[in-house]
Ligand binder design. Structure first.
Ligand SMILES: O=C(O)c1ccccc1NCC(=O)[C@H](O)[C@H](O)COP(=O)(O)O
Length: 204
């Protein structure tokens, strides 16, 4: 069964509904974004999340000190590197990791081999911020890549209507959504429920 990550949560009611409907991971954005959350707030939300649900911190070219401090203080399960972090930087920090790759051309996936990380997150290049654009990229660009299926997370413009097709085409280990579960720029409980249901309805 494909796993689901709901990203950019900032309110307790949204965390609760995501957990209740069976999200496997929740993402907190600690980078410039309209979804940026403070460490204190993320810590409060994290306390209501059972250990079976992974807590992921999203960082963009942040210092190692700040990443390590946030990881332990929240506490998080994974660090998602969403900027131009070097492979050596990620390796030196040594925390469980996800590297986001902005996919525009097939060559963009090629950089993956430089990284020793737990997962790769394929995303649409950001516009206002580094991620969370709400736009899809061409999924054919990541269909025939050599990255093992169980290391692939698909993101970028997913929603309840297109996630089934995305899973059939890309066969990711996990799908990730932010804009697709928002209405008027705010997370929406019905859309969170609909997204998770759409993923769970789709067998790998
Ligand atoms: O979501 C953000 O605002 C964001 C800002 C800066 C870096 C990363 C960000 N999001 C990371 C995610 O994992 C998003 O879920 C992913 O980019 C997909 O977003 P969307 O296309 O809106 O579903």
């Amino acid at each position: 069964m494909t796993k689901v990550k709901i990203c950019g949560l900032m309110e307790m009611e949204h965390v609760k509904v995501a957990v209740e409907v069976g999200a496997d991971a929740i993402g907190f954005v600690f980078a410039p974004s309209k979804r940026r959350i403070t460490v204190e707030k993320a810590k409060e939300l994290a306390q209501s999340i059972p250990s079976s649900v992974l807590k992921v911190g999203i960082f963009v070219d942040e210092s190692s000190e700040e990443i390590e401090r946030t990881f332990h203080e929240v506490p998080l399960d994974y660090v998602q590197y969403h900027g131009d972090e070097a492979p050596e930087f990620i390796k030196k920090i040594g925390l469980p990791s996800i590297k986001a790759l902005a996919i525009q051309r097939s060559e963009d996936v090629g950089s993956a081999k430089r990284f020793d990380v737990d997962y790769f997150l394929f995303d649409t290049p950001g516009k206002d911020y580094k991620g969370g654009s709400g736009e899809r990229f061409d999924w054919r660009l990541v269909q025939d890549v050599t990255i093992p299926l169980d290391k692939r997370i698909l993101a970028g413009g997913l929603n309840a209507d297109n996630v089934g097709e995305a899973i059939r085409q890309v066969k990711p280990y996990m799908v990730d959504v932010s804009s697709g579960v928002e209405r008027n720029g705010e997370k929406d409980m019905q859309l969170i429920r609909a997204f998770v249901r759409a993923v769970k309805d789709e067998e790998r």
